[in-house]
Write a protein that binds this ligand. Sequence first.
Ligand code: SF4
Ligand code: SF4
Length: 94
Amino acid sequence: MVKVVKPPRNDKLPLTRPVIGVAGKTGLWRNMKPLVNNVKCTRCYQCEIYCPVNAINVEPETGAMINYDYCKGCGLCMDVCPSGAITMIPETGE
Ligand code: SF4
Ligand code: SF4
């Protein structure tokens, strides 16, 4: 019988973070970008889990922090956020 071991509370998934590859900093592809309101953020980790390029890091103290060097602007984080803390805005390059 398989024994299911629950991780300790607040333990993070061992996600691999993006690094500079042959395509450089792939955030350059983006024409929309996510903006997080960390007052609304409940630190549920859904955006971090679902971001397809692991460009989000959620910490209890800071909330959701987006790595814009690699975020592609797909909007999935906004779709899965249960508290409406993420909105997509046009990328202006600033
Ligand atoms: S917009 Fe897409 S790539 Fe960017 S942080 Fe959200 S889920 Fe990740
Ligand atoms: S999904 Fe929304 S509420 Fe949950 S950690 Fe991300 S920004 Fe915060």
